[in-house]
Every structure is written in C-alpha cells, then in structure tokens.
Design a protein. Structure first.
Length: 241
C-alpha cells in the first residue's frame, strides 16, 4: 500500500504572508503555471504588443462607462505632476493624467510578453501593480475598492484572451496553449491584487503579535496623555491657590 503522505508538499502559511517569492511559487505551482506557459506568453509578443494601444483604449472606455470607476481618475496618481481635470470635464482621450495612466497600463501589458519570469524583480513588479491601487503604495488618496479591481481584471483578461483567440483562430494548438497561459497568468496577478485587500493570515502568531503590540502601544499613549493632562490640571489648580 502506498503512503500518500509522502506526496504531500508542506507549505508554510507564515511565508505565504511574508515572502512574495514564496507566495508566487506556491500559487504558480498550484495553478500549474510553468515553463511551457511562460514560453507561450513570450512567443505571443509579436501578436499582443502591437495591439496594446487598442486594448488599453478598450479598458479605459469601460472604466469611463461608470461614475463609480471614473471618479478614481480625478485623484492625483503617484508620479503625475500635470494638470488634474474635474470630474465633469474629464475624458479618456486628451486628459493629461489619463494619458499618464494609459502609458502605465501599456508598459504593464508589454512587460507581460517580454519579461524574464525567473527574475525576482518581475514578481515584485507584479506585486507592486496590485499594491499601487491601494493607499499602501503610491498616492495616499487613491484606494480602489476591491470589487472594481476584480471586475477590471476580469475585463482585461477577457479583452486580451478574446483578441488572441481571434488572431489565432486557424492555429488551434497554439491558440489553446496561449489562451490557457494568459488565463493562468491573470489569476496569478489577481492574487497579487487580493493580498493587499484580504487579510488571509490574521490568525497567524506574527499577525496576532503585531496586533497586540499595536494595541499595547495605543494603550500606553492614552495612559501617557492622561498622566500629562492630570499633571497640567494639577499645576494650574496649585497656581490658582
């Protein structure tokens, strides 16, 4: 009788929360994103890269169809120093900040089909893409609610995959490999968005310790403030006698 436990790989929850490369390796392994997927994505460069401007325009047309997503574009983006438009005059064609953000999305899409996937800096870049949509990085005034991020990722994925399927309609094997590879990649990217919104590991000891330390610090600050206040009041009462 075989021992199935010998085939079980141990995963450290603590590292999933604290080590981005460890997390990336776990998610890619679970999804089944491997060398063949990377190869398919990189080989699609000549197909996808020229279409990036069209894809980006489609994404921003979608974002501007809803006031709840358009409103995020009247806030200053990190690194943008140009003129900010008011909500009513803001459009996705000639706004300086929209051009700035479109350029960021364009560079992201091109990087997906040109990057070295074995480079830890690329993994950190994918994580930064997720983090920059929150107030944990970049502009403190921008914190995009996760519902919009999730919807956006679904839309970007659909636009890119639909384009690939259309362009490779006569190459079934290549089309299947490329579509599957991008589908996996977008799920991996979505995880690197999600980690900045969802506290999956709140019950781990290091998170509990952080919470206790934070709470203790707050209590000491309150106690110190009370002591100072009592001392000041006592001083004035004494001075009035």
């Amino acid at each position: 009788m075989s021992n199935n436990s010998n085939n079980i790989e141990h995963i450290e929850e603590y590292q999933l929360d604290t080590d981005i490369l460890y997390r990336f390796n776990y998610v890619t392994k679970f999804i089944g994103f491997g060398d063949e997927d990377v190869k398919a994505i990189l080989e699609s460069k000549d197909l996808v890269a020229p279409a990036v401007p069209t894809i980006v325009d489609a994404v921003y047309d979608k974002l501007f169809k809803f006031d709840i997503t358009k409103r995020f574009f009247v806030k200053r983006n990190a690194g943008f120093e140009g003129k900010l438009d008011e909500f009513e005059e803001l459009n996705n064609k000639n706004s300086e900040q929209i051009k700035f953000r479109k350029d960021m999305l364009s560079r992201y899409l091109v990087k997906l089909v040109t990057a070295d996937y074995s480079d830890p800096n690329f993994v950190k870049y994918l994580d930064w893409v997720g983090k920059i949509h929150t107030d944990k990085a970049g502009s403190k005034s921008i914190n995009v609610d996760y519902i919009h991020v999730n919807a956006l990722m679904g839309y970007v994925s659909d636009v890119v995959i639909n384009y690939i399927e259309t362009q490779l309609k006569d190459e079934e094997e290549k089309r299947t490999k490329t579509v599957r590879a991008f589908n996996k990649l977008f799920w991996i990217q979505n995880d690197l968005f999600t980690r900045h919104y969802v506290n999956d590991f709140a019950n781990l000891p290091h998170k509990k310790q952080t919470a206790v330390t934070s709470s203790t610090s707050s209590n000491w600050l309150i106690l110190s403030a009370i002591v100072v206040l009592v001392a000041v009041v006592s001083f004035f009462i004494g001075a009035m006698k």
